[in-house]
Design a protein around this ligand. Structure first.
Ligand code: 13P
Length: 255
């Protein structure tokens, strides 16, 4: 049994005051839902204040990116140990980082290794673009991103990695993958790659989240699928009632 995991990727949204308000709304509702691993990933400047608010709540905190080097002359970057001071999780290789900031599979791999080395749980994002999807390249792209992103990691270490399958065409479009589409990619593409690379035990232990226009209306159907182990939620994680309903749907579907 894999513990379902729902994380909110706030992306570049909210003022500091709005961030604290949202967490104060989430806390009482999410704290009791202990059968679901839940986390929020706010912008860097809010990690310290929100870490203080979340202390002892059982709700995790994650960053949305980090550098792989431990320290040095990398203006504007944040090191793994800096993230680990406040966070348990880090989102890596999000399609927006790949598309707008030219992150490659090799860079994502360095970041995943650095996250594991410092004790963070990496949420490694994979997913095909609309044109890749239409060209029938989904399996090829997702397989390559998974393989290269996890290259050189041991089976023991890799079981801590969370994969987020986020088809780029479903992100922020209101057009989520169908539950069956996501289930197929998780069960027929990603998990077989994990099995081949790390063996059956690790492949079965690893969580594969779905991300892309997840909301309170489609969450239950998605979570009903056996290989959808939770969600990485963007827009809907910015509204307390929506995010709470998604976490509740995970608790209900996976009990
Ligand atoms: P939306 O839920 O807004 O589509 O974003 C998904 C996402 O990119 C989460 O990382």
């Amino acid at each position: 049994m894999r513990t379902p995991f729902v994380a909110g990727n706030w992306k570049m949204n909210k003022t500091g005051e709005e961030a604290r308000l949202l967490v104060s709304e989430l806390l009482p509702a999410l704290q009791p839902i202990t059968t679901v691993e839940r986390a929020i990933c706010p912008p860097f400047p809010y990690l310290l204040p929100l870490a203080n608010m979340l202390k002892g709540s059982g709700i995790g905190l994650g960053a949305q990116n980090m550098h792989w080097e431990a320290s040095g002359a990398f203006t504007g970057e944040v090191a793994p140990a800096m993230v680990a001071e406040f966070c348990q999780y880090v989102i890596l290789g999000h399609s927006e980082r790949r598309a707008y900031f030219h992150e490659t599979d090799e860079m994502v791999n360095k970041k995943v290794k650095a996250a594991l080395a410092i004790g963070l749980t990496p949420i490694m994002c994979v997913g095909e673009t609309l044109s890749e999807n239409e060209a029938g390249l989904t399996a090829e792209v997702v397989t390559r991103q998974t393989r290269l992103g996890l290259a050189g990691i041991s089976a023991e270490e890799v079981s801590r990695v969370v994969i987020a399958y986020e088809p780029v065409w479903a992100i922020g479009t209101g057009k989520a993958a169908t539950a069956q589409q996501a289930q197929d990619v998780h069960a027929r593409i990603i998990r077989p790659v994990l099995r081949e690379m790390f063996g059956e035990t690790a492949a079965q232990a690893m969580r594969i989240q779905y991300g892309g226009s997840v909301n309170s209306k489609n969450a239950a159907e998605l979570f009903a699928m056996p290989d959808i182990d939770g969600a990485l939620v963007g827009g809907a994680s910015l509204k307390a009632p929506e995010f709470i309903a998604i976490v509740q749907a995970a608790a209900e579907a996976k009990k």
